[in-house]
Each structure stands twice: as structure tokens, then as C-alpha cells.
Design a protein around this ligand. Structure first.
Ligand code: GLA
Length: 373
């Protein structure tokens, strides 16, 4: 009995050591904020050599290197070599954590428990991605986890960017042995509030800075999407994708229909829409798959969220100078922002984004990388 339990204990210990050793984490300084606050950058390297770099400013995924079918590594997210690039006010959320409310809230206001909350508008008359100083512009407090992950915490004060309640948000990044970037989001509040957290990485599986994503083959497991008005606010309709350019239920090149004469594509200047996932059960469910034919790189996205914003970099214009001198023209990358539906606080029929004291907001999204030979 004693012998058995020591063997079990030894195995357990071995297991713990193995998990710990699998992904290596190192920490360095990334720069300073204008007020002198130090920004750190963490490098996570898994046993297959995949490497993710994450900084404490905005919890940004600064780079992510994965192999192609010949084993050649490339950085597949858009971004900048140094902190200064991310501090540019024209910077469109490259790799950042988005909160308190990802995507749009119509007319920069919502009603909760009978009270109207007015928010700062930063996208025409609407509030986008938590407002002008969203979670993407905060310096998060980091903690290395014993299992090889990095946890970031940010407490958004009651009234910050117009939202009620002190909201403590925690995001854990892991680069797993299964070649996944796993993002676990959690949050608690001390007053009723609304929450919708996501990550805004801009992907190009050829390697960021190497042309557009129009030839990437995309599958989204969504048979409906939420059409929008001219301010990209959902009209409230849940529209079947069948027979429209929004049908990605079978692998289709992103660019195959993007220029079609379709009202929704015109409003979005391409794809910039919320797809409602055909989920299986309550846990992680496969949301999307992206394949880049030339390099063979494949990315699958699993999420616990009910929807995903598919955005084709329609507002990129090649004016930002990114990593290694690369510029990022229109459609140079795509985003798959797992989320609740935009404008849910004003749309009672949509799944709720309310969080109350005593409840814990918890979601997980996994980006899994492989190659097709
Ligand atoms: C999201 C929005 C887009 C755009 C980008 C950032 O994807 O839906 O309309 O604002 O963020 O530029």
C-alpha cells in the first residue's frame, strides 16, 4: 500500500515537473509608458519550438511563431517591434485584450437595472471595444504560473469608461504541448455590470506582412449571423447564412465573394460581422478553421463563447510600419474575435452579457496550430 502510494506520488511529481518543463517562460522589459510605468514582455516557448510573446500593455500577443509544412517558422500576427508602435493612437488593437465590452454598444449608452449609463463614443456615435481607453490600453499586472502560463490581471474602476462596478479581470495565456494558444478569461464585479472580453489578434498564416488573407480558406461553424446597420450595430435580426456570401460552413476562400454586390458586405467594407456559432454543448466547441494553402498552416479556433466577429482588416491602409519594417495594407490579416453579440446590453433578445456581484464571468478560447502537408 505504502509502496503503491509512493509510486503514485512519484508519478504525480513527475507529471507536475513534466507539465512545468513543457513550456518555458522568460521575462524581459518591453519599454516604459509615458508616465514611467514599466511594461514587461513574456516569451513562452513550447516543446515543439512554437513561441508566443505577450506584453503587459494591453495583454498584447506581440508575436506568435509557428512552423509551416517544411518546418520554417514565421510570425503569424501583426504587430510592432517595440512598445512605441502600440502606443500610437491610430493603432487598431493589434493582438490586444479587449474590454470591458468588446465590439460595439449602440449610441454609446445602455440601460441596466433601470439606470441609463452613458459611455464615451469612439466610433461615430457608438462605443467600440470598451471606449477610448479600453483594456487594450491598460498595463496589466503579470504573474507567472507554475504550469508554464502567464496570468494578467487588471482592475477596472467603478465608472471607468462609463461602466458600473469595480471589475477585476484576469486573463491566463498558455502555449500548450498540443500547439495551442489557450486564453482563459475571468472577471468579477462589485455592482451589476456588462462584460464582453476578447482578443484582437490579426492573423496572416503566410506570416504577417506577406500579402493579404484573401486566399486563406475559412470555415466558420455558424449557420446564422447578425446583419448590421450603417454604424455596424446589429439590427436585431438573426439571418441564415445559406445562399449569402456569409456562408462559410464549408471551407471557402476569404476573398471568393468579398467584392460581391451585397448590402451587408458594403456596410462592413468587407467582412466585419458577428457570426452565431452552431455550438455543441456548453464547453469548448469548434468555431472556425483557417487554412493557408501555400504554407500549409492551419489554425482552428475553439471557444466557449456563443459568437465570433469575423473581420477582414478592412480599415488597414498600409500606413502603420510594423515588425521588421513590414506594412499592413487593407485585408493583410483577419481577426476571429470570439465574443457575445455586439450591442447585447441594448438587445434583450441576445444572450445576456450582464455580470452581477457573486457571479464569475468565465470564458475560454483556444487557437490551435497545425500544418496540412
Ligand atoms: C473590430 C471591429 C472593426 C474594427 C476593428 C478595429 O473588428 O468590428 O469594425 O473597428 O475591430 O479596427
Amino acid at each position: 500500500m505504502l509502496a503503491l502510494s509512493s509510486v503514485a506520488a512519484a508519478l504525480l511529481l513527475l507529471g507536475a515537473v513534466t507539465i512545468h518543463a513543457a513550456t518555458k517562460v522568460s521575462e524581459a522589459d518591453f519599454g516604459k509608458m509615458p508616465d514611467g510605468t514599466l511594461v514587461k514582455i513574456f516569451t513562452l516557448t513550447n516543446e515543439h519550438g512554437l513561441e508566443a510573446r505577450i506584453c503587459t500593455y494591453g495583454g498584447v500577443v506581440v508575436s506568435l511563431k509557428t512552423p509551416d509544412k517544411t518546418g520554417q517558422m514565421a510570425d503569424i500576427v501583426q504587430g510592432f517591434d517595440s512598445l512605441e508602435g502600440y502606443l500610437n493612437p491610430a493603432e487598431p488593437y493589434f493582438g490586444a485584450l479587449i474590454g470591458r465590452y468588446g465590439n460595439r454598444i449602440g449610441h454609446a449608452k445602455f440601460t441596466l437595472d433601470g439606470k441609463v449609463y452613458n459611455l464615451p463614443a469612439n466610433d461615430g456615435v457608438n462605443t467600440l471595444h470598451g471606449g477610448p481607453k479600453g483594456f487594450d490600453k491598460a498595463v496589466w499586472t503579470p504573474r507567472q504560473l507554475a504550469d508554464g502560463g502567464v496570468e494578467l490581471t487588471y482592475t477596472s474602476k467603478d465608472g471607468e469608461e462609463g461602466f458600473p462596478g469595480n471589475l477585476k479581470a484576469t486573463v491566463a495565456y498558455h502555449l500548450t504541448a498540443a500547439d495551442e494558444l489557450k486564453i482563459d478569461y475571468s472577471a468579477t464585479t462589485d455592482k451589476d455590470t456588462v462584460v464582453n472580453l476578447t482578443n484582437h489578434s490579426y492573423w496572416n498564416l503566410k506570416g504577417a506582412g506577406n500579402g493579404t488573407i484573401l486566399d486563406h480558406l475559412l470555415t466558420i461553424h455558424a449557420s446564422k449571423f447578425t446583419p448590421v446597420d450603417s454604424g455596424l450595430i446589429p439590427t436585431g435580426e438573426l439571418k441564415p447564412v445559406a445562399g449569402t456570401p456569409f456562408d462559410f460552413t464549408k471551407p471557402t476562400a476569404v476573398g471568393a465573394r468579398i467584392e460581391q454586390n451585397d448590402e451587408q458586405l458594403k456596410l462592413g467594407k468587407g467582412y466585419d460581422h458577428n457570426f452565431i456559432l452552431d455550438r455543441s454543448g456548453a464547453g469548448l466547441s469548434l468555431a472556425a478553421r483557417v487554412e493557408e494553402p501555400a504554407t500549409g498552416r492551419v489554425m482552428e479556433v475553439d471557444t466557449t463563447e456563443p459568437a465570433v466577429q469575423f473581420y477582414t482588416g478592412n480599415f488597414l491602409d498600409g500606413t502603420l510600419k510594423g515588425k521588421g519594417g513590414h506594412v499592413y495594407p487593407r485585408r493583410a490579416a483577419l481577426c476571429l474575435e470570439t465574443q457575445h453579440y455586439p450591442d447585447s446590453p441594448n438587445k434583450p433578445a441576445f444572450p445576456t452579457t450582464e455580470l452581477k456581484p457573486g457571479q464569475t464571468y468565465k470564458t475560454t478560447t483556444v487557437y490551435r496550430f497545425s500544418v496540412k502537408k
